[in-house]
Ligand binder design. Structure first.
Ligand code: GLN
Length: 548
């Protein structure tokens, strides 16, 4: 390799879900701000080859990359914080690693020798890390190992990291992001679980170089010293990361402690002075989370919220972030409410509550549960001129609702919900029929970046200020071409189409009819970036604000 890339492995201690991905993204951002080229890899230790086959309430949002890979939401965090586009090689799962080892074995690439879990699995992990590094030409590659130390699942990934360290001790570093609970009955922050976590990591032959202490509050001096002494980490490399109200403050908080200096020293690179312009832009952006005076109230109507007795907003993470960026740019404080589409089926009276919101988003979805509720919401938003933004399934709902209530095709539906309907206005794409017939569901949707051509003077083209765009997709169904003419004659405008004109990418009503009634077959939320809000989200939020 021409360049001596530095590898920072980020591992979790004690419990997951304490923001390891956000922490790692923030570390990346502060290094980027010191002139280093930073890229990231996410490792998920499950057997699934990708995140695409998992229910969002199991694993949060499925984040789609430009090349169509269906990945973990942390990939979205890296793309957003670092403002980079990642590719398939930046994401790996146990399933993916085993799959390629087994394929290589079947192709005789191991030249007849016995292929073993150790070292062949870790070697494949290392191989993937190297390819990703070469492709990104990064000075610093952040490798986040999912889960927490001590799980069986991630041992082979830790083994790969250990092997990399022994070969290149000056280039490989470990940061543990660990959780310090403060049990309410005790009222005191406890470091013991973290001590155990570090010991467990030690038993894999790895010593963390730095420890980031996630906790409700700031880690005090006494605990810092204790962790330093017992966990064998220099005192100034035990970093406090208390809860914050906005994740975009985290890099700023880190830099208050001059963490980038320490990181550069740790990894042995001389870095440039901070990029003042970029940093002040981030500061300005992050401030918006706290000082937007006027509120914009947006309802997200979906169904992937509940897990046991808890509500989970992770399923729509990119949608939420995209709304935030556009609201911040308009100096508004977004207040997002979760409405369960199923509730509108049980209780149609609830529709009136929609008047309390400045706008409604129906995000992506699958299957029949909650669909009738979503359709009622779309109808209500259309008739009451409440700004409406439909993302993928939300666009398909728009088309079904229009077919039912404007074209008068009462049983209009998507084949996904009712294959026996006489009016299948949303049909399986031709290219998908074979996949469904063969039960071939994994990674087989129409995925990733595809071009859409925009109709001049439409809402969409005015918002983008462009004639064509590339947006990320994840769908199997499409507007049935047989109904396009009728829908258009009834007033629905298809303002975005695939280059050959066959696939409807955007549907909208003209501004004279409705302040904002627009849906996309693609997922614009995946392209929204903190300092570069998505034009369609911005047009939607503008319409929401204008409604007041
Ligand atoms: N279920 C729909 C389809 O497959 C929509 C998918 C989505 O919303 N991502 O076409």
């Amino acid at each position: 390799m021409a360049k001596e890339t530095k590898y920072i492995f980020v591992v979790g201690g004690v419990i997951s879900g304490v923001g390891k991905g956000i922490t790692a993204s923030s570390l990346g951002l502060i290094l980027k701000n010191r002139g280093l080229k930073v890229s990231a890899i996410k490792i998920d230790p499950y057997i699934n080859v990708d995140a695409g086959t998992m229910n969002p309430t199991e694993h949060g949002e499925v984040f789609v990359l430009n090349d169509g890979d269906e990945t973990d939401q942390d990939m979205g965090n890296y793309e957003r914080f670092l403002d980079i586009d990642l590719t398939r090689i930046n994401y790996m799962t146990t399933g993916r690693v085993y799959q390629s080892v087994i394929n290589k074995e079947r192709n005789l690439e191991y030249k007849g020798r016995c292929v073993e879990v150790v070292p062949d699995i870790p070697l494949e992990v290392i191989n993937r890390i190297k390819i990703a590094t070469e492709k990104s030409d990064a000075d610093v590659m952040i490798v986040e190992i999912g889960g927490t130390v001590g799980e069986y699942q991630n041992i082979l990934f830790l083994e790969a990291a250990r092997m990399m360290k022994i070969k290149n001790p000056k280039d490989v570093f470990f940061i543990m992001v660990s959780y310090m609970p403060t049990p309410s009955k005790i009222g005191e922050m406890k470091t013991k679980p973290t001590q155990y976590a570090v010991r467990t990591l030690n038993s894999s032959g790895i010593q963390p170089d730095m420890l980031i202490a996630r906790a409700d509050t700031v880690l005090d001096q006494k605990r810092k010293e204790k962790i330093s002494l017992i966990c064998n980490i220099p005192h100034d490399r035990v970093i406090s990361a208390p809860d914050v109200s906005s994740v975009y403050d985290i890099p700023l908080n880190f830099e208050e402690e001059k963490l980038s200096d320490q990181l550069c020293e740790l990894i042995g690179v001389t870095c440039k002075p901070e990029d003042k312009k970029a940093w002040s832009a981030w500061k300005k952006f992050a401030k918006h989370a706290h000082n937007g005076k006027e509120v914009v109230n947006i309802a997200i109507v979906g169904k992937y919220f509940e897990t046991g007795d808890y509500m989970l907003s992770d399923s729509y993470l990119s949608v939420i972030e995209a709304i935030k960026y556009s609201a911040y740019a308009l100096d508004r404080k977004p207040v997002i409410s979760w409405l369960n589409s199923v509730d509108f089926e049980k209780n149609p009276q609830k529709l009136k509550d929609l008047k309390n919101y400045d706008g409604v988003v129906v995000p992506g979805g699958f299957g029949s549960r909650g669909v009738e509720g979503k359709l009622k919401v779309v109808e209500y938003a259309r008739k009451n001129k409440i700004p409406y933004f439909g993302l993928c399934y939300g666009m398909q709902m728009m088309v079904i609702e229009y077919a039912r209530n404007v074209l008068g095709l009462k049983d209009a539906n998507t084949k996904e919900v009712n294959p026996n309907s006489k009016n299948i206005v949303i049909d399986v794409m031709e290219s998908q029929k074979e996949n469904l017939k063969n039960n071939s569901y994994g990674g087989s949707m129409r995925l990733g970046g595809y071009k859409a051509m925009l109709t001049p003077k439409s809402l969409a083209s005015m918002a983008y200020g462009k004639k064509e765009v590339v947006e990320r997709h994840r769908h199997r169904y499409e507007v049935n071409p047989n109904y396009i003419k009728d829908l258009e004659e009834a007033g629905l405008v298809f303002s975005g189409r695939s280059p050959d004109g066959s696939l409807m990418e955007i549907a909208e009503l003209p501004k004279s009819e409705h302040p904002f009634f627009l849906g996309t077959q693609f997922h614009p939320e995946f392209l929204a970036r903190p300092l570069n809000p998505h034009p369609l989200f911005s047009a939607f939020v503008k319409a929401c604000v204008g409604k007041k």
